[in-house]
Design a protein around this ligand. Structure first.
Ligand code: FEO
Length: 402
C-alpha cells in the first residue's frame, strides 16, 4: 500500500479492508472498512495508531515508504482495540520507538493486552503537550468513544485532530477524503456506524463535543480511524454537527416493525399494523429477522420514533432471532422510543408479555393494548393489529410535534 500525504509531512499509512462484512463480529459492514494509521514527520517521527493484524503487510509497506529510511521516534496509542493496536507489538519490536504515549486508561488496557516488558511507555492525561520539533502533540482523553482508553491527538500547528473511533464510517474506498465521495452514502454509513457502535455512549458524545467546543480548538482536518478523513473547516463542522445530531437522538416520523414468524401469522399481523401506521401518515420499515441482520434493524431503529416487535410464542418464550435482536438493542440503549408488542400463539401464549417486558426494560413507552392472536388471525384480529398501528402512529405524531 502506498502512503498518502494528507497534509505537508503527515501521511495516511493505514489499510483498506475491502472484504470486511461483519465488523468486530456483531455489526454488518456491507461496504468494507479501513483501519487508518498516520505518520507525522517532524524533527522526530510519530506514528499514530496501527491497523488490524491481518493487514500488517499493507501497513508496514506504507509505513516504511513514508518513513523513507528514517527511524520511528514516537508511537501514539489513541486506542487499544485490536483493529488499531493489532500491529503494536511488532512496531515496538521492529522500530524500537523511544517514547510510547497512551492515555491513563490506555496504560491499563495496554498492560492487559500486551504484558509489555521494558517498553518506554509515557502516560498522557488530557492536556499533556509534547514537542516533536515544529509541531506539538496535544492529548485529550475521549473515554468511552469507544472504550475507556480512547484518546484524541491534536496538533495545533496543522489544525489537525486524530480522533480514533469518533467520526468514522465503515467504508472501503480508494479515496481518502470525505469530500471526494458521495455525500448521501457517506452520511448513511456514518449514521450506521454510530447506531451500532457509538450509540450507547451518546451522553458522553455530547459532553465530549461540549468539552472540545470549550477548548476552542482550531480544526481544519479530522482524521478518524475508520473511513474517510474530514478535510477543511466546513467538513469538520459537518462531522461534529452530525455527531451532535446523532447523540441527541431526535426521532423522525418513522416506525420500525421487527418480527420473526413460524407459520406467517405474526408476519400477517406485522403487515396489518403497518397499514395502521401508514393510515396515520407515519413512515414504516417492516423488517423480518430472517431477512435482516440485527445491525441493519438497529440502523433503522436509530432515528425511528417507534419500534413494534412481534414474535409467536415458542416453548413458553419468544423466537431466538427476536431474543437476539432485543439483546442487541438493549445493549445499544436507544433513548426515547415508543414501543408495542404483538404475536401469535398456539396454547400458552406468553409472547406479548415477554416482549412488553423487554421493551419496558429498554426504556420504551408502551402503547397498549398488545395484540395476541391464537393460531391464525381473523378479520377481528387484523382490525386489532391495524388499530395498534394507528395508536402507535398517533403517539409518534404527538412525540415528534412535542
Ligand atoms: Fe475501531 Fe473501538 O475500535
Amino acid at each position: 500500500m502506498r502512503p498518502v500525504e494528507i497534509k505537508k509531512d503527515i501521511f495516511w499509512v493505514g489499510a483498506v479492508d475491502w472484504n470486511s462484512r461483519n465488523f468486530h463480529g456483531y455489526s454488518l459492514s456491507p461496504q468494507g472498512t479501513t483501519y487508518n494509521a498516520f505518520l507525522v514527520k517532524d524533527q522526530q517521527t510519530v506514528l499514530i495508531d496501527t491497523v488490524k493484524h491481518d493487514f500488517r503487510g499493507q501497513f508496514f509497506c506504507a509505513l516504511s515508504k513514508a518513513l523513507d529510511g528514517r527511524g520511528l521516534d514516537c508511537l501514539v496509542v489513541n486506542h487499544l482495540e485490536p483493529d488499531h493496536a493489532g500491529c503494536l507489538a511488532e512496531v515496538v519490536e521492529r522500530f524500537k520507538p523511544k517514547r510510547i504515549f497512551v492515555s491513563p486508561m490506555g496504560e491499563k488496557s495496554l498492560a492487559a493486552h500486551f504484558h509489555p516488558q521494558g517498553w518506554p511507555i509515557e502516560v498522557a492525561p488530557s492536556g499533556t503537550k509534547v514537542s516533536v520539533g515544529r509541531r506539538t502533540l496535544t492529548f485529550v482523553e475521549i473515554r468511552m468513544l469507544h472504550w475507556p482508553d480512547n484518546m484524541l491527538t491534536y496538533i495545533p500547528e496543522d489544525a489537525i485532530a486524530f480522533t480514533s473511533d469518533a467520526f468514522g464510517q465503515n467504508w472501503a474506498t480508494s479515496e481518502r477524503f470525505a469530500d471526494e465521495v458521495d455525500r448521501s452514502t457517506l452520511t448513511r454509513l456514518m449514521a450506521e456506524y454510530y447506531a451500532n457502535i457509538v450509540l450507547p455512549y451518546s451522553p458522553v458524545v455530547l459532553k465530549t463535543l461540549d468539552a472540545l467546543a470549550g477548548m476552542n480548538l482550531d480544526l481544519d482536518m479530522v482524521c478518524p480511524d475508520h473511513g474517510l478523513i474530514w478535510r477543511g473547516r466546513d467538513e469538520v463542522a459537518f462531522a461534529l454537527g452530525k455527531y451532535r445530531e446523532f447523540a441527541q437522538q431526535k426521532p423522525k416520523n418513522k416506525a420500525v416493525i421487527v418480527y420473526d414468524t413460524m407459520w406467517r401469522s405474526t408476519e400477517k399481523m406485522a403487515l396489518a399494523a403497518a397499514e395502521g401506521l401508514v393510515a396515520e401518515g407515519v413512515g414504516v420499515r417492516v423488517m423480518s429477522l430472517k431477512h435482516n441482520h440485527h445491525s441493519a434493524v438497529m440502523s433503522e431503529v436509530f432515528d425511528a420514533a417507534a419500534v413494534l416487535v412481534g414474535s409467536p410464542t415458542h416453548n413458553n418464550g419468544i423466537l431466538p432471532l427476536v431474543a437476539d435482536m432485543l439483546t442487541y438493542m438493549k445493549g445499544l440503549r436507544p433513548q426515547g422510543k415508543i414501543g408495542a408488542a404483538f404475536g401469535s400463539f398456539g396454547w400458552s401464549g406468553e409472547c406479548v408479555k415477554i416482549l412488553a417486558e423487554w421493551l419496558k426494560d429498554i426504556g420504551m413507552e408502551l402503547v397498549e393494548p398488545q395484540v395476541k392472536v391464537k393460531h391464525v388471525p381473523d378479520h377481528a384480529a387484523f382490525q386489532q393489529c391495524f388499530d395498534l398501528g394507528r395508536a402507535v402512529g398517533q403517539a409518534v405524531k404527538k412525540k415528534i410535534s412535542g
